[in-house]
Write a protein that binds this ligand. Structure first.
Ligand code: ADP
Length: 289
């Protein structure tokens, strides 16, 4: 883990100069041959708190806007005692600080576009650097990598153990983004959407109840400026064009664990833990939180 922040900057600079982004990002033959089963095996072996080299899990969450990456990544990070690093949050923090940089960022983010690799790598390296100083020993990344180039850079600087690809039916995604609310005081995330859709091909109905705020937050709810219908549709389009290929990047390396969300949190969380082979009384306690 030590030095990733420096390495990620160096690797990004090399890739800018047109060198192979990361020669070590070449496809390892064994992983490719092992296929998705290796990802499940990786999950099994990686949920122990500490690795041989003293580090903890280094996982990535992939999934469309609105799928719930933040929710599940933050629950898992508490359970596995590693930070949840969401590049969207890093961007929003940068947006909140006054000055020309935040104006430039707002132009991009509020139109649903991706910020440049340089900007995002700078923000991420800074966050990882702070973590290294504090002695953080692993991470769950959410929102990065979002392009093949970002995936190559990351693969070139550190070992990602597992990539969890969260999936939800397309018709639920827009409603989930439009229903997202945040408490401007405590920062809590909620969702006012109530999703109830027919089963596909005779499959079960999908019901996702709203995640309502407690009374003290009700009058302080805000909506993200990029959660309007037009902007969400653009973000979904970009996800399909630029981020979906990242799924294949990790699938080919035997690291991708696909997880179809069956419904809301109470239904999905225990099944996700099961898919990750995370079990035990401690985990059950956190799952109930
Ligand atoms: N890895 C990244 N590369 C480029 N832009 C990013 C990245 N991560 C976050 N962003 C910017 O921050 C915005 C919000 O990100 P995020 O909260 O992850 O959104 P979403 O809900 O769409 O997954 C994105 O629309 C994009 O402008």
């Amino acid at each position: 883990m030590v030095g990733i922040s420096r390495a990620i900057r160096a690797c990004a600079a090399a890739s800018r100069r047109g060198l192979a982004a990361a020669s070590s990002a070449a496809l390892p033959k064994e992983a490719a041959a092992a296929g998705p089963r290796a990802a499940a095996a990786a999950a099994t072996g990686r949920t122990g708190r500490d690795q041989e080299d003293g580090r903890r899990v280094q996982w990535v969450f992939l999934g469309c806007p609105g799928v719930g990456k933040g929710t599940y990544a933050s629950r898992l990070s508490r359970l596995l005692d590693v930070p949840h690093i969401a590049t969207g949050d890093l961007v929003r923090d940068a947006l909140a600080s006054p000055g020309p940089f935040s104006k430039q960022l707002a132009e991009i983010v509020n139109h649903g576009k991706l910020v440049s690799d340089e900007i995002i790598i700078n923000l991420l390296s800074r966050r990882l650097e702070e973590g290294e100083e504090k002695g953080e020993l692993g991470f769950i990344l959410d929102g990065f990598p979002r392009t093949i180039r970002q995936a190559e850079i990351l693969e070139g600087v550190t070992d990602i153990d597992l990539v969890i690809n969260l999936k939800l039916r397309e018709e639920a995604l827009l409603a989930k983004c439009l229903g997202r609310r945040m408490c401007s005081q405590c920062g809590g995330n909620f969702n006012v959407a109530s999703i109830d859709i027919e089963g596909e091909n005779g499959g079960p109905r999908m019901y996702m109840p709203p995640l309502l705020p407690p009374p003290q937050c009700e009058s302080k709810l805000i909506t993200r400026p990029d959660d309007t219908e037009e902007v969400v549709k653009e973000r979904l389009r970009l996800y399909h064009d630029l981020t979906e290929p990242v799924e294949e990047f990790y699938r080919a390396r035997g690291k991708l664990l696909e997880f179809n969300l069956p419904g809301g949190i109470p239904e999905s969380w225990p099944k996700l833990l099961q898919a990750l082979n995370i079990d035990g009384p401690d985990n059950k306690r956190s799952a109930a939180a």
